[in-house]
Design a protein around this ligand. Structure first.
Ligand code: HSE
Length: 343
């Protein structure tokens, strides 16, 4: 399976580290031997080599600051732009991990269109295109006979979507409720320990949890996008961000946190999704509530089902390797699907 990586920040590098470190295991356990043939960045160069790029050299080059540092190798092209890589390379899958844009979803949306229309599967961690153009993209994928997978858009590699779509298939899910933003949960947890809001936010940025523009995290829009993706993927609901009541944690003060603590409660940013509505709101919940014990950048989702009652999944919601793993899990699913089609 040949991959082109569009965007090569923390998440893309996380995937490449995993592919490098687990190459033997992936081959032995699943017969999965993916090849990274192309990488495109916005301002740090582009590489294409149809026979595959060396993953160590690729990581060393980006860590040195620019893909120009990748050594000259026979067959290497350095001047293909992202759209040319998507359309004209020998890739089977486009892995999209550019920054999320919740206003236009661009440029990722055009990358997705180009990939599906030129017969590539799409795997993405970027929330923009799924939030704003889910129906269009799923229809393009259907017409192209290709798969569109986006597990990493919600709770990183913790399989929140796969749980709802696959593992709970056959149950009727009436509600999903959870903590879907790692940055705000980390900030609230640190503030409970006495850290200032500004220091906690700076730490969340340094740890790679926050979005490029962290207002999307602290004002609730990142969690809202994820709630919308859950609404689409689990309930096939046509909700839009504009229809959702959304608030964040920007105005939660140390005094508010202290008052909650004295009342035996904790502040959490809670996303709630039903078949007909979705919302994101900072609220106080009792300290013995299952979601109250979810701390730091950890996320959680509780599906309320008819046959199992509540099913809760807790795990990493952000970060380099957890999100890199989300991309890997989607790639393995596509690889398995292709093998079944062939057999
Ligand atoms: N900024 C996001 C968060 C990253 O803090 O949860 C993962 O989507």
């Amino acid at each position: 399976m040949n991959l082109v990586l569009i965007g090569f920040g923390s998440v893309g590098q996380g995937l490449v580290e995993i592919l490098r470190d687990k190459a033997d295991d992936l081959q032995t356990r699943y017969g999965f031997t993916p090849l990274v043939v192309g990488v495109a960045t916005r301002s740090r160069g582009t590489l294409y080599r149809p026979d595959g790029l060396n993953l160590d050299a690729l990581l060393a080059a980006i860590q040195a600051g620019h893909l120009n540092a990748y050594p000259d190798t026979p067959g290497l092209e350095r001047d293909w732009d992202a759209l040319r890589l998507i359309r004209d390379s020998n890739a089977d899958v486009m892995v999209e991990s550019t920054h999320t844009n919740l206003d236009t979803a661009q440029p990722a949306l055009d990358y997705c269109r180009a990939a599906l229309d030129s017969g590539r599967h799409v795997v993405m961690a970027n929330k923009g295109p799924i939030t704003l153009a889910y129906e269009e993209l799923t229809e393009r994928a259907r017409v192209a006979g290709r798969l569109l997978r986006f597990e990493g858009t919600v709770m990183a590699g913790t399989p929140s979507l796969r749980l709802g779509i696959q593992a709970l298939a056959g149950c009727t899910i009436s509600q999903a409720r959870g903590i879907l933003n790692g940055t705000t949960n980390y900030i609230l947890t640190q503030m409970e320990g006495g850290m200032t809001y500004a220091d906690a936010l700076a730490n969340a940025q340094a740890l790679g949890y926050a979005e490029a523009d962290p207002t999307a995290d602290v004002d609730g829009w990142d969690a809202a996008a994820k709630a919308l993706i859950v609404a689409r993927a689990i309930f096939n609901s046509p909700l839009t961000l504009k229809e959702m009541p959304v608030s964040g944690i920007r105005y939660v003060t140390p005094d508010d946190i202290q008052a909650a603590r004295e009342a035996g409660e904790r502040w959490k940013l809670i996303a709630r999704v039903t078949p007909t509505e979705a919302s994101v709101q900072a609220m106080r919940i009792p300290a013995n509530h299952p979601l109250a014990s979810v701390s730091g950048a950890t996320n959680a989702i509780t599906y309320t089902t008819d046959l199992l009652g509540d099913v809760t999944l807790v795990g990493a919601g952000a970060g380099k390797l957890p999100t890199g793993f989300a991309l890997l899990s989607d790639l393995i699913e596509i690889y398995t699907h292709e093998r079944m089609e062939l057999s």
